[in-house]
Ligand binder design. Structure first.
Ligand SMILES: [Zn+2]
Length: 220
């Protein structure tokens, strides 16, 4: 049974964040909502933080400010978890990560801890080499969550258009840079998603078209 569904562009955005600071850990929050028992992640956001090669700490103000922003935008979403990178040492929860996660689960029991390791991707250039895992702590044990990508074209486009309407520039910039990587990466995930490649191709074409329009409209 799947525990988490994630929009592919959100995953790409997180990966991109990790790649921009390839030698140090980065972190941010996951935004989405609970659909039945499944956490649907539709966006990520971040803010001031201090990262080293083996540790990262988000400023205390980051999550409250993001929560406030989501509310102000009138979105029916909320913070459903957090992400951070483990550059080059694989995806797991350290004892500090477990403490962080347990604290967050007290506030939201379904809270997701997403860990990404972009290291191999950076060196090989093959997006499929990026490692992504999601965790939760249950009865003092770390559980690896099953996740799948949301590959419904309409849903992805709607999510994307929502972002455009909110003028999420960070997202647009990220999108522009990751288009190709995203496509390649998803190709590697084909084992997981089998017959979805046709859908991905459609999405890619659609996103390329939108990006093309954006490039003309937005000077940035
Ligand atoms: Zn960690």
């Amino acid at each position: 049974m799947v525990d988490v569904r994630v929009h592919p562009l959100t995953l790409a955005k997180i990966l991109r964040h990790g790649m921009q600071f390839s030698g140090i850990e980065v972190a941010g929050v996951l935004i989405g909502r609970l659909v039945g028992d499944v956490v649907e992640i539709s966006d990520s956001d971040t803010g001031p933080q201090i990262g080293t090669t083996g540790h990262v700490k988000l400023a205390r103000s980051v999550a409250p400010l993001i929560a406030e922003k989501i509310q102000r935008q009138g979105r029916s979403e909320y913070i459903v978890g957090w992400y951070h990178s483990h550059p080059g040492f694989g995806c797991f929860l350290s004892s500090i990560d477990v403490d962080t996660q347990m604290g967050l689960q007290k506030m939201f029991s379904q809270c997701v801890a997403l860990v990404v390791d972009p290291h191999d991707f950076i060196f090989s250039g093959r997006p499929g080499d990026a490692e992504v895992k999601m965790f939760r702590v249950q009865d003092d044990e770390i559980i690896t969550l099953e996740y799948e990508l949301i590959l419904d074209t309409d849903k992805i486009l709607r999510n994307f258009m929502d972002h455009l309407e909110r003028g999420s520039e960070q997202y647009i910039t990220a999108l522009d840079k990751i288009r190709l990587e995203f496509y390649e990466w998803n190709r590697r995930l084909e084992e997981k998603i089998n017959d979805a490649s046709e859908g991905i191709e459609q999405i890619r074409e659609e996103l390329e078209r939108i990006s093309e329009i954006l490039r003309q409209v937005k000077p940035t």
